[in-house]
Design a protein around this ligand. Sequence first.
Ligand SMILES: [Zn+2]
Length: 112
Amino acid sequence: MGQARQRGTQAQRIAQARAKIEALRPEKLVCGACKTAFSDFDALDTRNMAGIQAAFGGICPSCGETVLAFSGEKDAVANAMLAWQDAMENEGKLGKQSPTGEHVPFDEDDRS
Ligand SMILES: [Zn+2]
C-alpha cells in the first residue's frame, strides 16, 4: 500500500513473518495435562529454531501448565519440544517463573 517494494526491509520481513505465523496459528491450544482447550496464547520467537516455521505457547487457564505448539519439520519440532522442556525445567529450578504463575515468553516485539 503505497510502500516502495524494497526487498528485505525489516518492516516487510516482520510483516511477512507475522502473516506466515498468523496463517499457521491454531485456533486453540490443548493442555497436555488436563485437556483444557484455550485460545489465549502467543506466537513465540522461532528465529533461532532451525526448521520451525511457527511456535505458539500459553498457560493453561485451568492448571497453569505451559502449553506449546510447534509447526515445522517433524524432526525440528521434536528437537524444539525437547529444547523447550529443558529450558522450562531450568527455569523452574532457577525460579524464574513469577510466584503469580506469570510466564514471560520470548520477546516478539519489533526491534526496529
Ligand atoms: Zn491444564
